[in-house]
Write a protein that binds this ligand. Structure first.
Ligand SMILES: C[S@@+](CC[C@H](N)C(=O)[O-])C[C@H]1O[C@@H](n2cnc3c(N)ncnc32)[C@H](O)[C@@H]1O
Length: 324
């Protein structure tokens, strides 16, 4: 299966469609949220990398040197043809061309100069967010190692957000955007009563779902975003902060319900997109996913259901004892 697109302008192929699990929220009981609950038990929090488009433009190159790199990168992309697509539904040359354009866009301080790449012998100097040597290295990794494009540029476009991601953190998929719409629908159906309640996103990764829901909940919302992976927790915190949601989203690093004792029986809603790939299937995934995305985010045990069942069983006691 090929799943395409993020938003209109960014495109990603993935052989895995997340199966969003959505646990019905219960009616609100406006319990105060324990701010004293620990956010992380780890003393050394990893520092997330800055996505390329946010880096300062401290490099420069002539347009003709940039064009030389661009021609080389295009030729490499062109040589792929449908090889990856045929072997594991990976990207074909046309997708790689598109990614190459986005890489140029994110690298240039002034992307309006892109049309000038067509001119030969242009000695005009342009400012870049990354050195030319690194650009050669990155594109080699894209084609030869099949490193996901999102890890090259350090971000993914998801809903109307641009979320920071890096190696070691799951790349949010377009399909998961639906979970935010589902929550939004539930909130409207419940006459907005659930807006003031506490929500939890289990296995938050980059924080995508938590951030999407926090924006739907509005300023009165409270959402706890949990991940076992310290790097994911750090990246989710970075993303929440970038969207000014640090007062609404609390990041906790730990395993599923382990860090949620203080909110047991008090939650309005629990959402999760847990790992669900059967262990033996991981080696057959698209290389970008199976070899580069964190196994912790993919592996759902022998039949893929380990975490789904654990979360379904555990959620009942976390939610408020009410009508849902
Ligand atoms: C499929 S990814 C989903 C990430 C994010 N929610 C999204 O949809 O983009 C699953 C996430 O669960 C996290 N995870 C795996 N085992 C966990 C555990 N025991 N407790 C908490 N999170 C866990 C992984 O680190 C990963 O970020």
């Amino acid at each position: 299966m090929r799943v395409s697109l993020t938003r209109a302008c960014r495109f990603y192929t993935s052989p895995i469609t997340p199966k969003p699990s959505f646990f019905s929220p219960r009616a609100i009981l406006n319990q105060p949220f324990s701010s004293s609950s620990s956010s992380s038990s780890h003393s050394s929090t990893p520092k997330p990398k800055t996505p390329l488009f946010l880096k300062p433009p401290k490099y420069s190159a002539t347009l003709s040197d940039l064009k030389k790199w661009h021609n080389w990168a295009k030729a490499l992309a062109s040589s792929v043809r449908s090889t990856f697509a045929d072997s594991d539904n990976g990207p074909d040359s046309s997708i790689l061309f598109r990614e190459l354009n986005w890489l140029v866009e994110d690298s240039l301080e002034d992307p309006s100069l892109i049309p000038q790449l067509g001119f030969q012998n242009n000695s005009q100097s342009v400012r870049l967010r990354i050195g030319l040597d690194e650009l050669y290295g990155l594109w080699k990794q894209r084609i030869e190692k099949r490193k996901p494009f999102q890890y090259l540029v350090g971000c993914e476009h998801w809903r109307d957000l641009v979320l920071s991601v890096e190696e070691g953190v799951f790349i949010p998929r377009p399909e998961t955007e639906l979970m935010v719409d589902l929550v939004s629908d539930v909130l409207v159906r419940d006459n907005d009563g659930l807006r003031d309640g506490f929500w939890v996103d289990l296995g938050t990764g980059s924080g995508a779902i938590a951030i999407g829901i926090a924006r739907v909940l509005g300023s009165k919302g409270s959402i706890i975003a949990v991940d076992l992976n310290p790097l994911a927790a750090a990246v989710a915190a970075f993303n929440a902060q970038r969207y000014g949601l640090q007062d609404i989203i609390e990041i906790r690093q730990g395993s599923w319900f382990g860090k949620l004792k203080d909110v047991e029986g008090k939650l309005s809603g629990v959402v999760s997109n847990p790992p669900y790939i059967p262990s033996d299937d991981i080696s057959g995934l698209q290389v970008e996913v199976g070899k580069h995305e964190p196994r912790l985010a993919l592996d759902g045990g022998v039949d893929g259901l380990d975490y789904l069942l654990h979360l379904c069983n555990g959620t009942a006691s976390m939610l408020k004892p009410d009508k849902w």
